[in-house]
Write a protein that binds this ligand. Structure first.
Ligand code: SAH
Ligand code: SF4
Ligand code: F3S
Length: 439
């Protein structure tokens, strides 16, 4: 069989999946393959998939249909489906799309070079590698990076929370934290490579624990790294957001004034059914504690509407919580049943139309809150990191503020990749506009 020379990797899902793709790319490049700019040209096509909602999986099946035509034109090509959807329904994928050569779960990436070797041998058949490795954290694998200013560093993998709607614990396995020595080494390497910002990743970073090091201790430790400017992290579970963590966020100079704190619902009854482990009052109290200790905090969330049994009254509670908290931004989702989860066993009483109406209501409400938040920042001076030239025009740079707003900044290219002070001059309804502030 022809030797593989090039690969094309496309990724769906959350930051953890994109971060995994950097590891996979690193492995393939070290194995002698080079990235192709188009899937059509590549000897090996990989799709790193997400299984969190049905829509995400349907999209992948659509892509596999397209890749089938590429394989018909060049039969030597290999096609691999990796990541969370592969883990969830790998055997089904091999059956439904018999032109797929390999399904590989998120714990098996180390085996990739060996599996490719097997697939390029004589008379190969489809392969599946879907075992969980409870100790796998990939902490020794070097990722490739496209964005040199901001780097992801996974600090835990898997999830033990079993929110009743969520597939992640089933496809990512048990939660395991990365040794803090290794986290620190990885952060130092990224900083040496030019990163000014690091984003610590985990399904629930707040429950990070390795020996005596909890998440608060980890933040304090990383705050001491010279050359690093900004520390962010994703995702926080409200139940595990302790006072110790809030104190560490407030004390650590490099930890950005931003928190993504998914609430999902404002109704105690629904939160209970979701197995979220906190009440509306608890969530509101955490937000109050955060805002008291961290002035200027940017607060973002996830909202999930249409959970089985969510009544009009329950939905009203979500709307009222949003009005009370006034999030800066919210990722909003319509419930999608995931086979195998506890919620998927419940009967769905809401019609798709009703779920869509609710989704639309929270989207519109959030837009108005985002606009108000942007508007209230007018005239303020914020720290910003411009990372690229904006497509919108000459002399405009695009970046983020410490509080995680997107900002379009009127500034020269010499400001790219530097933390600057920006005066907010307006907004676009979704993003801030600004200019350089003196001093
Ligand atoms: N570990 C993170 C991210 C989980 S997935 C966390 O706990 O926040 C990201 C978001 O997808 C979730 O916060 C939830 O709002 C949404 N989600 C998860 N399962 C879903 C499902 N079955 N249907 C619709 N949205 C879902
Ligand atoms: Fe899913 Fe809940 Fe784990 Fe987040 S915390 S990944 S929503 S089970
Ligand atoms: Fe992420 Fe989707 Fe997997 S949200 S962990 S890629 S199921």
């Amino acid at each position: 069989m022809k030797k593989l020379k090039t690969f094309f990797l496309e990724t769906y899902g959350c930051q953890m999946n994109f971060s995994d793709s950097e590891l996979v790319e690193g492995l393939l490049i070290r194995g002698g393959l080079t990235p192709a700019s188009e899937a059509e040209e590549a000897d090996l096509i990989l799709v790193n998939t997400c299984g969190v909602r049905e829509h995400a999986e349907q999209r992948v099946f659509g892509r596999l249909g397209l890749f089938k035509t590429y394989k018909e034109d060049s039969p030597h090509k290999l096609l691999a489906v990796i990541g969370c959807m592969a883990q969830r329904i790998g055997e089904q994928i091999l059956e439904q799309a018999p032109w797929v050569d390999l399904v590989l779960g998120p714990d098996g990436y180390r085996k990739l070079p060996q599996l490719i070797e097997e697939l390029t041998g004589e008379n190969h058949s489809q392969l599946a590698a879907l075992a969980f490795e409870v100790s796998e954290t990939y902490e020794d694998l070097a990722p490739t990076r496209k964005n040199h200013l901001s780097a992801w560093v996974p600090i835990s993998r898997g999830c033990d929370n079993f929110c009743s709607y969520c597939i992640v614990p089933y496809v990512r396995g048990r939660e395991r934290s990365v040794n803090p020595d290794s986290v620190e080494r990885q952060v130092r390497e990224q900083v040496a490579g030019g990163a000014l910002e690091i984003v610590l990743l985990g399904q629930n970073v707040n429950s990070y624990r390795y020996g005596d090091t909890d998440f608060a201790a980890l933040l304090r430790r990383l705050d001491g790294i010279e050359g690093l400017r900004w520390i962010r992290f994703l995702t926080s579970h409200p139940r595990d957001l302790s006072d110790r963590i809030i104190e560490a966020m407030a004390d650590c100079e490099k930890v950005c004034e931003h928190l993504h704190l998914p609430v999902q619902s404002g109704s105690d009854r629904v939160l209970g059914l979701m197995n979220r482990g906190y009440s509306r009052a608890f969530y509101l109290e955490r937000v109050a504690a955060l805002r008291e200790r961290i002035p200027g905090l940017g607060l973002t969330t996830d909202i999930l509407v249409g959970f089985p049994g969510e009544s009009n009254g329950d939905f009203g509670e979500t709307v009222s919580l949003m009005n009370e908290v006034q999030f800066d931004y919210a990722y909003t989702f319509k419930y999608s049943p995931r086979p195998g989860t506890v919620a998927a066993r419940k009967k769905e009483e809401l019609s798709e139309e009703e779920k869509s109406l609710r989704l639309d209501t929270v989207i519109q409400l959030q837009r108005s809150h985002t606009r108000q938040a942007l508007h209230s920042l007018r005239g303020r001076v914020l720290e910003a990191l411009p990372v690229q030239k904006a497509k919108s025009g000459e002399g405009i740079l695009q970046g983020k503020t410490r509080s995680n707003f997107n900002i379009f900044l009127s500034a020269g290219e010499s400001c790219l990749g530097r933390v600057v002070r920006a005066r907010v001059s307006g907004n676009t309804g979704m993003n801030l506009l600004g200019e350089l502030a003196e001093g």
